[in-house]
Design a protein around this ligand. Structure first.
Ligand SMILES: O=C(O)CCC(=O)C(=O)O
Length: 269
């Protein structure tokens, strides 16, 4: 026990999930090392590379650059079910549930491919709920960012501004320079963070590609980055866990009748 005196309000010792929750709530992030083994990160990396090639065929390279969509893989789970391993990973589900409550949905899943000597769009500071310059007493979204390669200073490990999910504006450059941290992490680590935490990718000055998969969950009052039920066209609807997380159960009613039918169904449960 840590020696202390004159303190009546205190948090007693916590289990793993509660410790992660405490850190994400207070400073905005927490890193779990070796959550996935090297075999799994290798499989995910290979699958991500294949989907990148497929998605690159949809637009020309120059269009992708103009859209700032180069080296981003959008919604990989819709191409390869391997990516559900992150969404369904028990630790991920428990941490997200501890912070967002038992009703949360998937907002996005993106692969970020940070290549040596190339400036990725994600190297600019941002929140993952962009344009939201306010703070919220409870988290609106939680990210589980899986590192697929070594995250080092030279490979462009992610930068975070601790506690910034509680700041209603973007602080000064001097403050950011003094308080930002760079997260050095091994492949298989999961970085949990509040979606309102300012963060960015580092610049890769090294000699290998640095990949990560950002999976973001939100409260169901927020819309998804892409309409996931529409994207999946009924796939995984029968899976009781995925059905809720993918947003099948929280889609906006198309008319008054459907709205009221949903209320009847809800009442029956
Ligand atoms: O790749 C990184 O290090 C950060 C990625 C990021 O900022 C994002 O996906 O929002």
């Amino acid at each position: 026990m840590i020696e202390n005196y004159g303190i009546t309000k205190k948090i007693e010792s916590l289990g793993e999930i509660q410790r992660i929750k405490e850190s994400v709530s207070l400073k905005g992030y927490y890193v779990v090392s070796n959550a996935f083994d090297l075999e799994k990160t290798k499989q995910l990396s290979e699958a991500l590379n294949n989907i990148l090639v497929m998605q690159e065929k949809m637009f020309s390279k120059s269009d992708l650059i103009a859209m700032r969509e180069e080296d981003i893989v959008r919604m990989p789970f819709s191409y390869d079910p391997l990516f559900f391993d992150i969404i369904k990973y028990p630790l991920v589900r428990q941490v997200v549930e501890s912070l967002l409550g038992d009703y949360y949905i998937l907002h996005l899943q993106n692969g970020i491919i940070n290549r040596p000597s190339k400036i990725h769009h994600q190297v600019s500071w941002h929140r993952d709920l962009p344009y939201q310059d306010f703070v919220s007493s409870e988290p609106l979204g939680i990210n589980a960012f899986l590192c697929l390669d070594e995250f080092t200073v030279s490979s462009g490990a992610t930068f975070l501004l601790p506690f910034s999910h509680k700041i209603a504006y973007f602080p000064s450059e001097a403050y950011i320079d003094e308080n930002r941290i760079q997260l050095i992490a091994s492949p298989g680590s999961i970085l949990f963070f509040d979606s309102m935490l300012y963060h960015k990718a580092g610049i890769n000055t090294g000699d290998f590609i640095r990949r990560g998969i950002n999976t973001m969950f939100v409260r169901p009052i927020l819309k998804q980055q892409i309409d996931i039920p529409e994207l999946l066209q009924g796939r995984y609807f029968e899976d009781p866990v995925l059905r809720k997380i993918l947003g099948y159960d929280s889609a906006v009613a198309k008319n008054v009748e459907e709205f009221r039918r949903k209320r009847i169904e809800k009442g029956r449960k």
